[in-house]
Design a protein around this ligand. Structure first.
Ligand SMILES: [Zn+2]
Length: 285
């Protein structure tokens, strides 16, 4: 592509402005528009680039080289502020000189479904010891998102861990007894007791614990800041630290944790952002 100018896949969703020393790169963003909780793939081509990464706010996004093109996956958190978000692409040439280009991502507001319910106050009461346990487990989970390998293990398309359809959508906002709860950070997929749960892509078992809310939980680190989560399992079939291949059996679906029936909660984190795992399937071919 050489000295070709900036190739805009769909111009009106994407605008790029020159910074000092801005490079003539071809930048393609797919899909062109992104909503809260969405995933965007970015491909950058330029003969002179040797290494590349990007910054979105305080988040650093690794880019990977392949066939003359650098590609990165960007997650937009489900509570990201709608509007323009500045992404700074940084590339280094052979002599270590850095060039930058700013790309503006336009984040669309997504109307997530809402559900209002009333439960007896006693159903919802959590004692002090349990509250402490919940906080500890939350911390353990949140500690993962910053520890991902910069190396990328995932490869090609992602697969759904079970074949069942969505029973509770990503981002669902529950209002319990008039108080909004944190939005649903994953999708619930239909899965009967004992259904095989498969690894969505290659990775490493970063967490294997029995948690209060999520029950028997597995988190896979796919490298490059991408994680997928599998909650409420009945059985584990992968050890902590084990390397798994796409499609490997990692557990069996169940109803452990705070749930009312068997299903698989499937979640994803991409560079710290809570994204819809079904978007991963859609965005990565
Ligand atoms: Zn869920």
């Amino acid at each position: 592509m050489g000295a070709a100018g900036l190739a805009l896949s769909v111009g009106f969703f994407l605008s790029a402005s020159a910074l000092a020393g801005a490079a003539e790169w071809s930048v393609v963003v797919t899909p062109a528009g992104v909503s809260q909780g969405g995933v965007v793939g970015i491909q950058v081509a330029g003969e002179e680039i040797q290494t590349m990464k990007a910054r979105l706010g305080h988040r650093e996004i690794p880019f990977f080289a392949g066939q003359g093109v650098f590609s990165g996956l960007i997650g937009v958190d489900l509570e990201e502020r709608p509007g323009a978000a500045g992404l700074v692409l940084q590339g280094w040439n052979r002599s270590g000189e850095r060039k930058e280009r700013k790309v503006t991502l336009h984040v669309r507001k997504k109307k997530f479904p809402q559900e209002k319910l009333s439960v007896p106050a006693s159903f919802d009461r959590i004692d002090e010891a349990t509250k402490k346990r919940i906080d500890r487990e939350q911390e353990q989970l949140n500690g993962l998102w910053t520890a991902s390998s910069l190396e990328r293990w995932w490869e090609g398309a992602f697969l759904a861990p079970v074949s069942g359809g969505v029973t509770s959508p990503f981002g669902l906002r529950r209002i319990v007894n008039g108080l909004p709860r944190s939005p649903h950070g994953g999708v619930d997929l239909k899965a009967s007791m004992g259904t095989e749960v498969l690894a969505a892509n290659h990775g490493r078992v970063a967490l294997r614990e029995d948690f209060f809310f999520s029950g028997k939980s597995i988190v896979l680190d796919h490298g490059g800041g991408l994680y997928t989560m599998y909650f409420h399992l009945d059985e584990f079939h992968a050890d902590k630290g084990a390397q798994v291949r796409k499609g490997d059996l990692i557990g069996r679906a169940g109803m452990t944790g705070r749930v009312t029936g068997p299903h698989l909660h499937w979640g994803a984190r991409l560079n710290g952002a809570r994204v819809d795992p079904l978007e991963l399937i859609a965005a990565v071919k």
